[in-house]
Design a protein around this ligand. Structure first.
Ligand SMILES: Nc1nc(O)c(N)c(N[C@@H]2O[C@H](COP(=O)(O)O)[C@@H](O)[C@H]2O)n1
Length: 345
């Protein structure tokens, strides 16, 4: 944190910019970014935020509300380092230089290969720049986007529902519905928050899922995840997935690293894996699960239809430890949100 190098007005402006960032969509290829502009007295003269890929960045949105005189010498307080590249829009750092701003305070550094370096470009132009104010808060807000930008693969959430004794189905294979209505409603909200929903061909053949995000009345949520099918088996032409409003992305192999790379190249930054025990276990075993949503229903099923299969753990010392961030009651069910702890992390 760089609070010592910033004024109280700038600190308050950054807190406001974080709130503004939350107005933008939390899915898609671009991050949520907010911006507040202060005059020489520390009074807010403009606010902006980013509304999604292809629209103005937060800084340019705020700049568009100012006269050239107001922009001259002003302080831009922005949650992400101003970008330094021409993507779908122009470089924010250059726009700020041309506007003659006096000072820029930002929270998190842009990890993008092409887009980073905006702070240095501003400094080179003689503008005072301070980075790192409320950085932890912004890193948390942008956790998924930051991970995707740093690792060049989407952030992966793996979800499953099981009985208290860890079964995903009864011995005869019946599994609808182990969890209750509140859990199922939550799953649809989680689906709609993701860029993509991932299943294996086995799940498509066995369950014929629609993979849409729906409200309790059956209507579609405003934002739908792209359905992604991983595996080598053929999907029938009349499978429900073909009714999905978005074209399915079919990945005809089982290489998860390559599959995530393909998804990243298609602009997918967050995926929700809902694909059954084999696929869920493969993501976890390969260290590719960043978050787990574990829905547990207060029933016992026994038998061999486990929610997870082989995780590559053959002895206790190889176990995968979890960091639990929340435990919620959803009707009679429990939702555990956890993160696998990476060995050596
Ligand atoms: N500083 C900043 N403010 C915003 O409002 C932003 N959306 C970004 N995004 C960065 O620029 C990349 C996208 O550029 P285009 O929208 O394609 O022009 C994105 O990957 C971020 O690095 N930055």
């Amino acid at each position: 944190m760089n609070e010592l190098d910033t004024t109280q007005a700038e600190q308050a402006a950054m807190r406001r910019a974080i709130v503004l960032a939350g107005n933008g969509p939390h899915y898609g290829v671009n991050p949520q970014v907010g911006c507040v502009v202060l005059d020489a007295e520390g009074t807010t003269i403009a606010e902006g935020w980013h509304r999604g890929a292809g629209t103005a960045h937060a800084e340019v949105d705020a700049l568009s509300q100012l006269t050239p005189e107001q922009a001259q010498g002003s302080t831009f307080v922005v949650t992400l380092e101003p970008c330094n590249h021409t993507g779908r829009t122009g470089p924010c750092a250059q726009a700020l230089i041309e506007a003659g701003v006096g000072r820029v305070v930002y929270a998190a550094t842009d990890p993008g290969h092409a887009s980073s370096g905006g702070a240095q470009r501003l400094r080179d132009a003689g503008i005072k720049v301070v980075g790192g104010l409320l950085e932890d808060e912004v890193e948390e807000l942008l956790e998924e986007w930051m991970l995707a930008a740093r690792l060049h693969r989407p952030h992966v959430t793996v979800k499953w529902a099981s009985s208290f004794d860890g079964r995903a189905a009864a011995t005869d294979g019946t599994s609808q519905w182990i969890s209750g209505p509140q859990s199922r409603e939550r799953v649809h909200v989680q689906r709609s928050a993701a860029d993509a929903i991932v299943v294996g061909t086995g799940t498509v053949l066995a369950d014929n899922p629609s993979l849409t995000a729906r409200t309790t009345s059956g209507d579609l949520h405003d934002h739908q995840p792209i359905p992604v099918i991983i595996g080598k088996r053929q999907i029938p032409g009349d499978a429900q997935i073909h009714q999905h409003p978005l074209e399915p992305l079919v990945i005809g192999h089982n290489d998860l690293h390559a599959a995530l790379s393909e998804m990243f190249d298609q602009g997918i930054r967050t995926v929700y894996v809902e694909g059954g025990p084999t696929l869920a276990s493969a993501f976890i075993a390969q260290g590719l699960a960043d978050r787990l949503y574990i829905f547990q229903a207060p029933v016992l099923l026994g038998g061999d239809k486990l929610a997870l299969g082989d995780l590559g753990v053959s002895t206790l010392s190889e176990r995968i430890d979890l960091e639990v961030s929340s435990v919620e009651n959803l009707g009679d069910d429990i939702l555990i949100t956890a993160k696998p702890i990476r060995k050596g992390a």
